[in-house]
Design a protein around this ligand. Structure first.
Ligand code: ADP
Length: 598
């Protein structure tokens, strides 16, 4: 009783430990996964922004670089433009990015000019519908936009300003609220971009640079949500960043002293680009929704206070193109969730294995303990079994030796008694040896065609003495057409004897048994049936285990060693068959040996 309590406690403790471990593991893994997801989101957003910044820098370098003074066009002095063009060509990674430059005046009907790279000068442009479109849209105050994205054209207004003002021209997002009035427009420089260079070089290069490992996919969509470069699955986007934006960060980077100097011919140290107030949110794509991004450029002369020159506010989502990035599995969150599921499955799998291993150890140790107990019981019951015949032999021998009896008939009955008890002893020893031999695999069976009827007759005649002693009525029902089967006759007869002996031993005062044999489904079935004490349901499964004896037969002190049925099982299995019991406590039992016809 005490022992089973400790086992219960142990099992309960282990179960509790496993559950605790499971909960801790679940919490730990979920936390790690959340932290990982946050990091991964941050990383992909950063990469996306860097990608966009690189792209925008290329575009903006083209845009800002070609700011020119109206004097250039008025005097047809192409030197400053040529300088800028060569400078740009020298610095850019993608010299194919610009396919053409056009200039046209803000008013009047002067013919548009086209930049001739060979001649290093602007020449009259050939008229075309596309060029007309650019001209009309740029001249219209309402339709003017720095990026005519559908035409892959950047349009720079050329302001007619004095040399004292830097020309930084950025579209005003809020008409009517400029910080400083802009000088009048003299004309426009249209920069025609090369669509093939953007889609075939810049975007693929940047995709490889930032998402080359294949973990993420990048695509570009226009304002209407139509794909411009690559397409993504579904609607999930893990990060986005605007393309074709004018950012002060890039402007500052691009601003180069030599070119600024070259505009007016003198060094302009009074240009201050103040970007640190708002530019932090400006250079990046604001993740705080609804916040507008602003930057301003100020001028300062000597010690005078700074004068704001230009302020620019870009509402979110105003960019012509958007870079959208998505995890290659469809969405980063989905990927993180599936990784979490996999990790949880592995973790719980290991815990389950651990639990199963512990359970297996507990079960096998309980079994080992039960077996050890049964072996002890076996030793004591075998000793008991031996004690009675030995006592009979001992007293019969003593009587003979003491000459208690001299009558020939009595001497012979003593002799028969000694012989009978000796036979019991030797059959008990035989059974134990047979069991041990079969267990160790040393038992050799001699398979031969055997008639089942003969085997049953042999078994019954071997048990004859017992049957007669107890006055048992034996019914036979052996099918006439039984085929001969391949069997070891002696072993099979031994198995039948064990079953018959049990039926008599556990007959509970009803001296009746029936032996039947029949065939069907390619099998021969031999049954031994009694109307004895029967077997409790909980015992039926175990009675074929070596040394197992039902508790009530032990309590009722019915002698036995628990080996008989184990031996029957071994013999049946050695013949490729099986044995099973059907029984009801208090009603009787039926044992069936099922053998294949071979
Ligand atoms: P033993 O008879 O020596 O105890 P066995 O292996 O022959 O060993 O039988 C194992 C147990 O099965 C018995 O102890 C008994 O509880 C049960 N048993 C076997 N045969 C019968 C039967 N015919 N009727 C009731 N119980 C049986």
């Amino acid at each position: 009783m005490k022992r089973s309590w400790t086992t219960f406690l142990l099992i309960g403790g282990l179960a509790l430990l496993l559950v605790t471990l499971g909960v801790l593991q679940y919490r730990g893994l979920t936390q790690i996964s959340e932290a990982d997801a946050e990091k991964a989101h941050q990383r992909v957003q950063d990469e996306t922004e860097r990608f966009a910044a690189d792209f925008n820098r290329e575009i903006q370098n083209a845009y800002f670089n070609f700011q020119t003074d109206a004097e250039v066009w008025k005097n047809k002095n192409w030197r400053p433009f040529n300088e800028r063009y060569l400078y740009w060509r020298d610095k850019t990674t993608y010299p194919d990015l610009i396919s053409d430059f056009y200039f046209f005046e803000a008013n009047g009907d002067g013919q548009p000019l086209r930049y001739d790279r060979e001649a290093q000068s602007f020449v009259p442009a050939e008229p075309s519908a596309a060029l007309d479109d650019v001209v009309n849209r740029s001249r219209g105050e309402k339709t003017f936009k720095p990026f005519l994205i559908d035409l892959y054209t950047l349009v720079l207004p050329v302001h007619d300003a004095g040399p004292e003002l830097e020309k930084i021209v950025i579209r005003r997002s809020e008409p009517g609220r400029p910080v400083v009035g802009m000088p009048p427009k003299f004309g426009f420089l249209a920069i025609k971009l090369n669509e093939a260079a953007i889609k075939g070089q810049i975007l693929p290069d940047l995709t490889t640079k930032y998402f080359g490992d294949g973990g993420f996919q990048a695509a570009v969509i226009d304002k209407a949500g139509q794909p411009v470069f690559q397409t993504l699955k579904g609607v999930d986007r893990d990060a986005t960043a605007p393309l074709f934006t004018l950012s002060p960060g890039n402007f500052i980077e691009f601003k180069n002293k030599e070119l600024l100097d070259s505009i007016g011919g003198e060094r302009r140290s009074n240009v201050i680009v103040d970007s640190h107030v708002e530019s932090r949110t400006f250079t990046g794509v604001s993740r705080e929704e609804g916040k507008q991004k602003t930057f301003k450029i100020e001028l300062r002369n000597g010690d005078e206070p700074r004068t704001p020159m230009l302020a620019r506010t870009i509402p979110d989502g105003d960019s012509p193109w958007t870079l959208a990035v998505q995890h290659s599995s469809g969405s980063l969150d989905g990927y993180v969730a599936s990784t979490l599921r996999r990790n949880l499955a592995i973790g719980f799998g290991i815990l389950f294995l651990l639990g199963a291993a512990v359970a297996a150890i507990i079960i096998s140790s309980m079994r080992a303990r039960a077996l050890a107990q049964r072996q002890l019981d076996f030793v004591s019951s075998v000793s008991h079994e031996f004690r009675t015949p030995l006592a009979v032999i001992y007293s019969a021998g003593e009587n003979l030796a003491d000459g208690v009896t001299k009558e020939q008939s009595q001497i012979s009955s003593y002799g028969n008694l000694i012989k009978g008890e000796g036979k019991k002893l030797s059959s008990m020893v035989e059974q134990i040896l047979e069991f041990a031999g079969a267990r160790s695999g040393k038992q050799k069976y001699n398979f031969q065609p055997v008639a089942i009827g003969d085997v049953i007759d042999d078994a019954v005649s071997q048990c004859r003495q017992l049957i007669d002693e107890r006055g048992v009525e034996v019914e036979h029902d052996i099918a006439a057409d039984l085929p001969a089967i391949l069997a070891d006759k002696r072993a099979l007869s031994q198995a039948m004897q064990n079953l018959i002996a049990n039926s008599i031993k556990y007959s509970n005062g009803t001296p009746w048994l029936r032996v039947t044999a029949a065939n069907g489904d390619g099998k021969v079935r031999i049954t031994v049936e009694d109307r004895g004490i029967g077997i409790a349901k909980s015992d039926v499964r175990q009675i074929f285990e070596p040394f197992y004896r039902a508790k009530d037969v032990v309590d009722a002190q019915i002698h036995g060693n628990g080996l008989g049925l184990a031996l029957v099982k071994q013999i049946a299995e050695a013949h490729g068959g099986r044995v099973y019991a059907e029984s009801e406590a208090g009603v009787g039992s039926k044992f069936t040996v099922e053998l294949p016809q071979r």
